[in-house]
Design a protein. Structure first.
Length: 289
């Protein structure tokens, strides 16, 4: 007479385990970009899916200025990743993203996605910092790392630039955050556009890592935010200016950061606590095929 309760208990345990193991539903948005989204979206998708943590769909906008039919169902997903830089979305889509993040949805911004929508106030609030598109001191500050702390710099100047592509070091500024915990204090990222002079509201921003932008490469001569988060309503935003090309995205440091940051944006925690054996150090770039 004890068989049925035991079987029922076992089934409940199995069901709970299966539920806990369900992948995080993620939507990549692309379709327009001044970068090669047709080459980079597959790398992002593969990186995320190979971890077994995510189930990834892709929403591709129509080309050109008319995006009126582009209406992704953000609410069907736990996290949205933008690989998009192009024409404005219809107001309905803009409002849907704002409501989605405000109500607790996760958002991930990769590289040129921070160039998008310079005149969309709420988007700039969500991403914290952005570049190009006419951004300047009216878009509010640069974020600078001075004397061991981050400060806001309101001096005049355009928002967004970069020098020549090169390998550069990522310096961890918060080693206790789940995204960066356990990472080496300094690690070398594969050749990339090192975005500098980004500007934006920078409200509720938490910079986890910076990279120095050298003037001899055409950079700012400043330590620039390179991994950061933004709190927006109930939602979490993970933002990395890295990821210009397939080469940059094949960096094991970029991929590890992407996985951790995306999981954090979706759930508020990171289960990938152990760094992969191929994680880069301060002197050596590590590329994955």
């Amino acid at each position: 007479m004890f068989i049925r309760p035991l079987i029922l208990s076992a089934l409940l345990v199995l069901a709970a385990t299966a539920s806990a193991a369900e992948p995080i539903k993620l939507l990549i948005v692309d379709g327009q970009n001044n970068h090669d989204w047709k080459a980079t979206t597959p790398i992002l998708k593969k990186t995320l899916e190979d971890s077994a943590l995510f189930k990834v769909d892709v929403a591709t906008s129509p080309p050109g200025a008319d995006t009126s039919g582009f209406l992704p169902k953000f609410a069907d997903y736990q996290v949205v990743l933008s690989n998009y830089n192009g024409a404005d979305w219809p107001k309905e889509t803009q409002q849907a993203l704002v409501e989605y993040v405000k109500e607790g949805g996760g958002l991930v911004i990769v590289h040129a996605a921070n160039n998008s929508f310079p005149n969309w106030t709420e988007y700039n609030e969500m991403i914290g910092l952005g570049g190009w598109g006419g951004r300047n001191e009216k878009s509010v500050p640069y974020i600078r790392f001075k004397d061991g702390k981050f400060v806001r710099d309101d001096k005049p100047g355009n928002g967004g630039s970069h020098g020549a592509q090169h390998d550069f070091q990522v310096v961890i500024r918060d080693s206790e955050h789940p995204i960066t915990k356990g990472m080496p204090a300094v690690w070398l990222h594969a050749s990339d556009e090192l975005y500098d002079r980004l500007r934006g509201p920078a409200n509720n921003i938490h910079v986890l890592a910076t990279s120095f932008s050298p003037t001899d490469k055409g950079g700012s001569g400043e330590h620039e935010p390179m991994i950061f988060t933004v709190d927006y309503g109930k939602g979490r935003v993970f933002h990395t200016p890295m990821g210009h090309s397939p080469h940059a995205m094949q960096c094991s440091g970029f991929q590890t950061t992407l996985l951790r940051g995306t999981e954090w944006a979706a759930t508020g925690k990171v289960t990938q606590n152990k760094l992969p054996e191929d994680f880069p150090n301060a002197e050596k770039v590590v590329l994955r095929k």
